[in-house]
Ligand binder design. Sequence first.
Ligand SMILES: O=C(O)CCC(=O)C(=O)O
Length: 259
Amino acid sequence: MALSFLGRRCCQTLTVRFKAAIGNSVRVLLSTESGKLSEQETSDGQQVERETQNYAAPVDEFYYFHEGCTEEVKRTVIDGYKLYLNFLTEDDEQSLQREIDRYMKRMRYEYDHWDDAIHGYRETEFSRWSERNQKIIKRVRDLAFPSDMRQLPLVHVIDLAKDGYIKPHIDSVRFCGNTITGLSLLSSSIMRLVHDKHKEIKVDVLLHPRSLYIMRDAVRLDYTHEILQDSESHFKGQAVPRDRRLSIMCRTEPTDSQS
Ligand SMILES: O=C(O)CCC(=O)C(=O)O
């Protein structure tokens, strides 16, 4: 099934489906003892993972602010882009992958999309999940969206090949509201955020497998986001090799004022 997600990213054509949501409060611990646990430490025991899963990743370790980012920019990005390490256990990750693979294995990776915004990918939307995976998706929604916020019921899944990447774009406000969440599975990657009007304002975020990001407000609206290809996938001067990566996105509905 070929879906036209990219049209949603670039506002030009396409059918409108999304609505909105504004504001949200998520408890944030920017840098705590538990927030700094390494993956190895956290994977030792379910208990530790459960304790750390909702703590935001330490900014100095997972965000790289390029020259040109003022203190005000840093605050905006830290407020509007939260990253949670080990939101998924390894079992959660495998369970989601199994269900996605069952569906995706029938599809080919695409390399020539009409708007050329994404390269080397397969994608779909899930309306139903197994009971176990449904609980994981609910945990994401419960963390990211207040109960009165209207959410898109369908969950967007992208399977990026090892050589796949997503070019800079802003999801169209006609199709998607104020908040976008993304689970990353299988491969580390770099998400680059660039201010749409001031290209010198650039931030790289290191996305580990099993992490969750929540992007909202100014970061969602004023910054392009992209997933870097393997040859450009560096963080603070260190290569972050890309492999096949799955991402699972939940979104809020667009608001009338946005659409
Ligand atoms: O794969 C991701 O985490 C980002 C996906 C994305 O850019 C999008 O769906 O607009």
